[in-house]
Design a protein around this ligand. Structure first.
Ligand SMILES: NC(=O)C1=CN([C@@H]2O[C@H](COP(=O)(O)OP(=O)(O)OC[C@H]3O[C@@H](n4cnc5c(N)ncnc54)[C@H](OP(=O)(O)O)[C@@H]3O)[C@@H](O)[C@H]2O)[C@H](O)CC1
Ligand SMILES: [K+]
Length: 507
């Protein structure tokens, strides 16, 4: 698990390290500067290059001044410009050191700025870091635009200037970096959209915060890298299909058998022991032919689209047998879907994953999930989320974390809000931010694959929140493998399923 922080959280870690532990802030700043200089010195022909450092008033600017001094020591040609006349204490001390060494620091001048930018090969952005609090205007805005207009390699210190460290939003204008070198823990703003596009590649440098400084905080945001594969459920040597759990997939109205197929296939491919598909009677043959490994039970609808209630006899025992239930993919928004959903929520004793049409039905009657006795996971895309909350899609996509948090808390459920950075929240404020996956996965059926993966992980014994976070990560990773094989244009949901085995086959 990789923790992510907001600027405020980083400042708390910073001040704990300085005040409680006693590591002077100048020591941290020096290490931060050394970390950036290491990256700069790795450039192939750095000895022939010219570097231009832009510094703001805060400690981000102080880092910039220290970088300038260290590069000067190495004989690298460096120009430094300060964009402010007021500085923090540490930045003043850095400036004093530079003055003692007779290192020239320019004050802001628009013409000189343009000259330095055009002469340089590398620009270091130390204008704003985690202390950015408001829209960037005036000469700061002009400076950032000048940098963005020239095609120079830019390294941002900690976070691209202009990006909000908490939300990833652009506060007016922001530096477009080629590389961002961040300190201690990665900032949310470097990971969330659109900030992540400005940060480009992000490297994290350890500047000596003691582990205790992280552990003493309740850091709630996290992401995964490939180490998360260790969280895959362990497979007992002495086992049978019951050992790895039973998934009930309630999916597929007439002509919508594909959704049921994709969810069920993914549940099997991730390691679920047995999948029971409850689908419309008309889908029986096609499902039995396409996935003979699944058990098929069916329901029928009457002329008025209501459910033929006789199906409940068989349905009762399917629900009783299951370790986890998926409901919604391809069910259509008819009365029967609502009846099935109501029945499942009332009678299930195991976790329920509600997706697609299950969510669309729910958005007309959210009170349905108030009655739940078991853990519920919803997996909406922004359109479904906007209907659930009664807000615009823009409001959802601009505030993914807040909206997912809100619904998790209000209804005591787990929410996987699907986006280029899928967010997974629970009622206890934990926030997983997914970084795997690619735009080839924006294809029909990819969501059905995700519900299948999550259900297969729960069937094998993972706790629902853990399974949802890991499921989202593995789904993205499978998509990344599919991208390598077929590319983003040709990717189909079945390609993601096909790659699950490559992702999980780690031993
Ligand atoms: N904890 C660490 O990891 C370490 C971080 N370091 C570096 O320090 C920065 C954070 O430093 P901080 O001084 O808190 O913040 P900034 O450098 O980002 O500067 C913010 C200053 O800018 C002013 N401000 C804020 N928004 C604007 C704006 N839109 N326009 C103009 N000015 C703005 C603000 O001052 P005000 O009083 O005007 O609000 C701040 O003074 C971190 O990112 C690291 O790079 C350490 O060096 C090592 C340890
Ligand atoms: K910066």
């Amino acid at each position: 698990m990789i923790k992510l922080v907001t600027g405020e959280e980083m400042q708390l870690i910073d001040s704990y390290t300085i005040k409680e532990i006693g590591i002077p802030s100048m020591v941290l700043m020096e290490r931060a500067a050394l970390g950036i200089v290491d990256h700069i010195l790795k450039r192939k022909h750095i000895e022939n290059e010219k570097v231009f450092i832009l510094c703001g008033s805060g400690n981000n600017g102080g880092d910039g001044l220290a970088i300038g001094r260290l590069l000067g020591n190495k004989g690298i040609r460096t120009n430094i410009m300060l964009l402010s006349e007021n500085y923090t204490q540490e930045t003043s001390m850095q400036l004093k050191i530079l003055q003692n060494l007779n290192i020239k620091v320019d004050k802001y001048d628009a013409d000189q700025l343009k000259k330095y930018i055009s002469e340089s090969d590398l620009i270091i952005d130390a204008i704003f870091g985690t202390g950015l609090t408001r829209e960037v205007i005036g000469h700061y805005k002009d400076t950032i635009q000048c940098v963005n207009n020239e095609d120079k390699f830019v390294i941002s210190v900690d976070i691209p200037s202009g990006i909000c460290s908490k939300s990833g939003k652009v506060l007016g204008v922001a530096i477009k970096a080629n590389l961002t070198v961040t300190f201690g823990l990665n900032k949310l703003g470097n990971v969330l959209y659109p900030g992540t596009l400005y940060a480009s590649k992000t490297n994290i440098v350890d500047i000596g915060f003691p582990k205790r400084a992280y552990d003493s905080r309740m850091l709630k945001h996290f992401t995964f890298d490939e180490n998360a594969l260790q969280k895959l459920p362990k497979r007992e040597a002495r086992s049978n299909k019951g050992t790895f759990g039973k998934v009930l997939v309630i999916a597929g109205a007439i002509n919508m058998s594909g959704a049921a197929f994709l969810s069920a296939m993914a549940a099997y491919k991730i390691g679920g022991g047995l999948v029971n598909i409850m689908t419309h009677e008309e889908n029986r043959v096609i499902i039995q032919t396409s996935i003979p490994e699944a058990i098929v039970t069916t329901f029928n609808t009457l002329d008025n689209k209501e459910l033929d209630k006789t199906c409940f006899i068989e349905f009762k025992s399917s629900i009783k047998d299951a370790n986890v239930i998926v409901i919604g993919p391809g069910l259509s928004q008819c009365k029967a879907t609502k009846e099935l959903l109501e029945y499942v929520i009332r009678h299930s004793k195991v976790p329920i994953i509600i997706d697609a049409d299950g969510l669309n039905v729910l958005s007309n009657e959210l009170s349905l999930i108030k009655e739940h006795q078991v853990e519920i996971i919803i997996t909406p895309h922004p359109g479904e989320m906007s209907r659930l909350l009664g807000v615009s899609i823009k409001e959802v996509t601009e505030n993914l974390i807040e909206n997912a948090n809100f619904i998790s808390k209000k209804y005591n459920i787990i929410c996987a809000l699907k986006d280029a950075r899928t967010i997974v929240t629970n009622p206890f404020d934990d926030v997983y931010i997914n970084t795997s996956g690619n735009n080839g996965m924006a294809t029909a059926g990819a969501g059905d694959v995700l519900t299948g993966i999550i259900s297969g992980l729960i069937a094998q014994g993972l706790r629902p929140y853990e399974a949802t976070c890991l499921g989202v990560y593995l789904h993205g990773l499978s998509g990344d493998k599919a991208k390598e094989r077929v590319g983003v244009y040709s990717m189909m949901a079945r390609d993601i399923i096909e790659e699950i085995s490559k992702v999980t086959n780690i031993n």
